[in-house]
Design a protein around this ligand. Structure first.
Ligand code: ZN
Length: 66
């Protein structure tokens, strides 16, 4: 699963790079990831939603409905 490698800084409009390495199983909804702004150096911690990580793959869908 892929999430945004960069987000737009809420304070200054600069580009914030992802600090959190992707875990072995990939990101999941509810994971908290950190971004650091390259302009003002603010850090942003975001909790991922299903929209951020995309649709569950077939394995996850099977587990969900099992
Ligand atoms: Zn900024």
């Amino acid at each position: 699963m892929q999430i945004a490698a960069e987000i737009v800084c809420i304070d200054c409009g600069g580009r914030c790079g992802l600090l959190t390495p992707e875990p072995p199983g990939g990101f999941r909804p509810g994971d908290v990831v950190a971004y650091r702004c390259g302009e003002c150096l603010d850090r942003w911690d975001l909790e991922l939603t299903e929209d951020d990580v995309g649709e569950p793959d077939d394995d996850e869908r099977r587990r969900f409905w099992a």
